[in-house]
Design a protein around this ligand. Structure first.
Ligand code: 6GU
Length: 247
């Protein structure tokens, strides 16, 4: 997979793209990162990339020429998805991560401070994406979040192939609690069932604790999962436990 980032601050990406899972993925050739300073595609000798808005008012607007020029330079004849990072975009989630992860090439446009000339949105971009309901100073951090979540889904990117399948949100539920040695720490014990060696019981306990956590923290997620017989039964057990706790 090839990932292009267009930004005025390319240095922001060197740490993230060179470290940990993303750094390893690049080393292994699973992903090819390209960071371009779109100031190089300015249409004047001063390297201007923004201008005052038509109609007046404050602030600056990112010009169409440098963004179109940079996108066309990295895409050539191909028509990859071109993602505009902006607070007004569609809210990013794991489903969109999985969709992006199936693409061969993604291009991310990161603006700072200002708006984008509307023709960028209308005639260049395929997706407008936000990572949540808060405002960042620029799209770079948001692009890093998205790229991280997409690269870790590439086959071979994670050491343990199971972890991408079982993690929160891809199962539709929050993760169950995890424990490691020691069996007792400052008087706090690991649940006996995890030490029982009985795999079927352990899997049932884990699913039940996932459901418990999801009900407590993200009940909205429950509406979207497939209700198997086992899940229905576990939800009933949790309901009864709660009733007994309240009695
Ligand atoms: Cl993509 N950009 C900015 N500037 N702020 C954001 C965002 C993006 N997503 C959430 N907040």
């Amino acid at each position: 997979m090839r990932i292009d980032v267009l930004t005025l601050f390319p240095e922001m990406f060197s740490g993230v793209f060179g470290t940990s899972i993303l750094g390893k993925a690049a080393e292994k050739g699973i992903v090819d990162f390209h960071v371009t300073n779109f100031r190089e595609y300015s249409n004047n000798k001063h390297g201007t990339v923004d201008d005052t808005p038509y109609g007046g008012g404050g602030g600056m607007v990112l010009k169409a020429e440098p963004i179109f020029g940079a996108v066309e330079a990295v895409t050539g004849e191909a028509k990859p998805r071109v993602v505009l990072m902006c607070p007004q975009g569609k809210r990013y989630n794991q489903k969109l991560a999985e969709e992006f992860a199936r693409e061969e090439h993604l291009v991310f446009i990161c603006g700072h401070y200002e708006g984008y000339d509307e023709r960028i949105r209308e005639y260049l971009v395929t997706d407008e994406v936000s990572i949540g309901d808060y405002v960042l100073t620029g799209g770079e951090l948001a692009a890093m979040v998205i790229i991280d979540s997409v690269v870790r889904l590439q086959p071979g990117a994670l050491g343990n192939e199971l972890s991408a399948v079982t993690d929160s949100f891809s199962t539709g539920l929050l993760e169950h609690p995890h424990y490691t040695r020691p069996a007792e720490f400052r008087g706090w014990k690991v649940p006996d069932i995890l030490m029982s060696g009985h795999h079927a019981n352990i899997e049932r306990w884990r699913l039940k604790e996932s459901l418990r956590r999801t009900i407590e923290r993200r009940p909205d997620l429950l509406d979207q999962i497939e209700m198997t017989k086992e899940i229905k039964q576990l939800l009933e057990e949790l309901r009864q436990e709660k009733e007994q706790g309240e009695a």
